[in-house]
Design a binder for this molecule. Structure first.
Ligand code: SER
Length: 585
């Protein structure tokens, strides 16, 4: 029997013995990347270093990273999907490559974890016009003792890894444990025979918005192993809910209610999963509170969904705080931030559950009534908006409830009702704050749009498409933009960038906004470092044919509103990152 504490320890110690520096998990809330809501992989906080910036801890790193992926939220309740998970990872930043990476993965699995070589299978990239067949990795696996019939060559769809649509990427080799009792011929089949536990990505390309690939300055290795899944496999558990990190909470819920069917077990798992994710978001050093936008909204959805499932099981909403308390106990020694932020976790979780619990029952009654008089098995956008506005039902929950009754929801109608409401309250707010506040709001809006123009001008004038926003801060007086670039800009370059921005302003170009999935945004060529490929809707702001960027807004409607753009300062921000301050006059 191996538990989570031992697995983390064994992993980090093993890679430490191979010269890796152990670094702490980064925040769940990305610091340098406004385009993703949460950290979804161990490599995400390391992107600047994969692109060549020097990491203070060296070229070999290892960690256990907290991750959130909400794209699969509908699958939560099955044996393997979780919205929060821990990823064990090791990295080479331009140091070792395939040879060592494969040998160490093999050594860790067989010698440290004691998995028999016969239980393993691997996949390697079969090759295409972009990148040759990965014979090197296949050969290395054979040398390790993996039998040739357990080495599968698969295409890009399986053996190529990138976070989102653009960014560092490359072929990978994935490692599976074979479950002989299950059907399947190859890891590409979904018979359950091959359970993926580890992914070694050989990141040596950069994918640009136009789809083209260029070689990175350095060859990197990025590996990721799912902690919960590996624990389940090693211990022969059927589901991740039997592992020591989840079982105490699932068992606690089971002890309160009779789990009489699969639906009840699913409800138990959903509460177990969602309260864990909520605990980690609230307990993060950069933690956020439940709200109606972005991360706060995801948090709110998770908490409210858990409350609803608790009620379905006949449990009080207060079970959520008991679950959170258990998680602080389970994880607090490794993720000490949970202990430090205990007060905040408990207070916020309690407030949000109470708030929703008050309106949930009434909202459900309203929903039942609705079912009685809907037309064409469809709930109107207005009705869905009323459930949202009056009873706090996240629209996703209304969709889920409706689906349980074989009913659909007019989501476009919901959006329309939502936007009308926003406009009305915005008009109200503008009335109220006429003068000072509204004015400064307009100025920051203009500076926000100017920041997009500046980003694009930098990429174009410095002829470096890898330039990305590393940070942004806007006050009514000025904008401040941090971006990756290895050296100071020359006076000529600064002038060229200013001129380029002013040319777009002079051209009086319209600024438009569309909402779409991150995939569609990147396919449309929108800038955004490494979009969350796991769902959520992003806003894409387009400025004529000059700039297309994923952003929350708000923005000016036309560049003619901006005035004259001037760079007031260009300086170093941190290693490999420059900072520009600019004004509109
Ligand atoms: N980035 C890869 C993944 O998420 C390996 O760490 O699977």
């Amino acid at each position: 029997m191996l538990d989570s504490v031992e697995l983390r320890k064994k992993y980090l110690e093993f890679f430490k013995s191979k010269g890796h520096a152990v670094i702490p998990s980064a925040s769940l809330i990305p610091e340098n990347d406004p385009t993703v809501l949460f950290t979804t992989a161990g490599m995400q906080p390391l992107v600047p270093y994969l692109l060549g910036q020097k990491h203070p801890a060296g070229k070999r790193l290892t960690d256990v990273q907290k991750c959130i992926r909400t794209g699969d939220i509908d699958d939560v309740g099955d044996d393997t999907h979780c919205t929060f998970f821990e990823m064990l990872g090791n990295w080479s930043l331009g140091d070792y490559f395939k040879n060592e990476s494969i040998a160490w993965s093999y050594e860790f699995l067989t010698s440290v974890l004691g998995i028999l070589a016969e239980k393993l299978a691997v996949t390697v990239f079969e090759g295409d016009a972009d990148c040759p067949r990965d014979e090197f990795s296949a050969k290395r696996w054979r040398e390790m003792g993996i039998s040739p019939d357990r080495i599968f060559y698969l295409p890009k769809a399986n053996n190529w890894w990138i976070a989102g649509q653009t960014g560092p990427c490359g072929e990978d080799t994935e490692i599976f444990i074979v479950d002989e009792s299950k059907p399947g011929n190859s890891p590409a089949d979904d018979g359950g025979r091959f359970v993926e536990i580890w992914n070694n990505v050989f990141m040596h390309f950069y994918k640009h918005p136009d789809g083209s690939l260029t070689e990175l300055k350095q060859k990197n290795v990025d590996t990721g192993m799912g902690l919960e899944r590996t624990l389940a496999m090693l211990n022969g558990y059927k589901s991740v809910y039997e592992t020591d990190v989840l079982k105490p909470v699932a068992d606690y819920l089971r002890s309160l209610t009779e789990v009489k069917d699969a639906a009840a077990e699913r409800a138990v798992r959903i509460i177990t999963d969602h309260t864990r994710t909520a605990t980690f978001i609230l307990g993060d050093p950069r933690g956020v509170s439940p709200s109606n936008v972005d991360r706060g909204y995801i948090l709110r959805r998770l908490i409210r969904r858990a409350v609803r499932y608790a009620r379905l099981l006949g449990l009080g909403a207060d079970v959520l705080t008991v679950c959170a308390d258990k998680y602080i106990g389970i994880y607090g020694d490794f993720y000490t931030e949970l202990k430090d932020n205990r007060e905040r976790i408990m207070t916020e979780l309690d407030a949000e559950t109470q708030k929703f619990d008050k309106t949930l029952q009434q909202g459900l009654k309203e929903f039942e009534k609705l079912l009685g008089y809907i037309k064409d098995n469809r709930i109107s956008g207005k009705a869905a908006f009323r459930l949202y506005d009056t009873y706090g039902f996240p629209p996703e929950m209304t969709v889920e409830l409706s689906a349980e009754h074989g009913v659909s929801v007019d989501m476009e109608g919901f959006e329309r009702a939502f936007n009308e409401h926003q406009l009305k309250s915005k008009a109200g707010a503008e009335q109220k704050f006429k003068g000072g506040l509204a004015d400064s709001g307009e100025q920051t809006t203009r500076l926000h749009t100017a920041t997009h123009l500046l980003m694009e001008a930098l990429r174009r004038e410095l002829k470096d498409p890898t330039i990305m926003q590393k940070g942004s801060n806007i006050t009514p007086e000025r904008l401040r933009l941090d971006f990756n670039f290895p050296r100071p800009l020359t006076a000529e370059e600064i002038a060229a960038v200013e001129n380029a921005v002013n040319a777009v302003i002079a051209a009086k170009v319209d600024v438009t906004c569309e909402e779409m999935t991150p995939e569609a945004a990147h396919a449309a060529g929108a800038v955004g470092v490494f979009g969350d490929r796991y769902g959520e809707i992003v806003k894409v702001y387009t400025i004529g044919d000059y700039s297309k960027e994923i952003c929350g807004g708000p923005h000016a409607a036309n560049t003619s509103e901006l005035g004259k753009f001037r760079i007031v300062k260009e300086q170093s921000s941190s290693a490999g990152v420059r900072r520009i301050k600019a004004v509109l006059e």
